[in-house]
Design a protein around this ligand. Structure first.
Ligand code: PEP
Length: 250
């Protein structure tokens, strides 16, 4: 089974437009011709036009960190899927743990956003993962299954091909603590089995599942090199072109 890896940069609320452009200008030569993996950048909404323009014609895709589930409307401060597409964005994160934690995103909201992204042909990266207390209480498998079931409500096997899942143990995000490859592989197997149960063995086998949580150049090979791990969602270490390029070339 060959699933093309996706290496994604979540810039969170960092960079000005000038800094974003400088990143892309420095980064593209470092990954020119790199076809083994897909590469995508996820900047803040205000940076999207700059980054799309700077990356145009390259092997680097650009997406949003979040979209609203409604197609348009009175949702102050939000970004619609149509707005993302109109400026050339092709991907979106959905349900990042920081969205769940600070902006009260539930599995139900994640599910609505997933339907919106699929309807409009935008590649969704659905983020799931347990918090430390859940892992310590032995609840990781239950949490992951619940999040997959919630996110995938109403999703059929025919709709599922573009979906990417990012397994991001919340205790490993921005903390410098990384899941061991064994922990990540175990979690990915649980997630893949749940997807297969919901949508069939073929969909389960084909779905890309990324790992996220303090991925850096020096641990990328051990993690992404695992058969079960189909790429990475990278926060802190994606902010500098050389460090993110080193991860891309794990
Ligand atoms: C993230 O933001 O999704 C993330 C994994 O961050 P970090 O790599 O900094 O842990």
């Amino acid at each position: 089974m060959s699933r093309k890896a996706l290496i994604a940069a979540n810039w969170k609320m960092f960079k000005t437009p000038a800094e974003a452009k400088a990143f892309v200008d420095a980064f593209l030569p470092l990954v020119a011709g790199h076809a083994r993996d897909e590469i995508a950048l996820f900047p803040s909404p205000v940076l999207l036009p700059t980054v799309v323009e700077a990356a145009r014609g390259s092997n680097v895709a650009v997406g949003a960190q979040n979209i609203h589930f409604a197609e348009e409307g009175a949702y102050t401060g939000e970004t619609s899927i149509g707005q993302l597409k109109a400026i050339g964005g092709t991907h979106t994160l959905i349900g990042h743990s920081e969205r769940r934690q600070y902006f009260a995103e539930t599995d139900e909201i994640v599910n609505q956003k997933l339907h919106t992204a699929l309807k409009h042909g935008v590649v969704p990266i659905v983020c799931i993962g347990e918090v430390l207390a859940e892992r310590e209480a032995g609840k990781t498998a239950d949490v992951l299954k619940t999040q997959v079931i919630g996110a995938f409500a109403g999703i059929t096997a025919e709709m599922a091909a573009p979906i990417v899942i990012a397994y991001e143990p919340v205790w490993a995000i921005g903390t410098g603590k990384t899941a061991t490859p064994e922990m990540a592989v175990d979690a990915h197997r649980i997630i893949r089995a749940e997807v297969a149960k919901l949508l069939g063995a073929q969909v389960g086998a084909n779905m890309r599942i990324l790992y996220g949580g303090s991925v850096k150049a020096d641990n990328a090979t051990a993690l992404i090199g695992q058969e079960e791990i189909d790429g990475a969602l990278v926060g802190g270490a994606s902010l500098k072109p050389d460090s993110f390029a080193a991860i891309v070339k794990y």
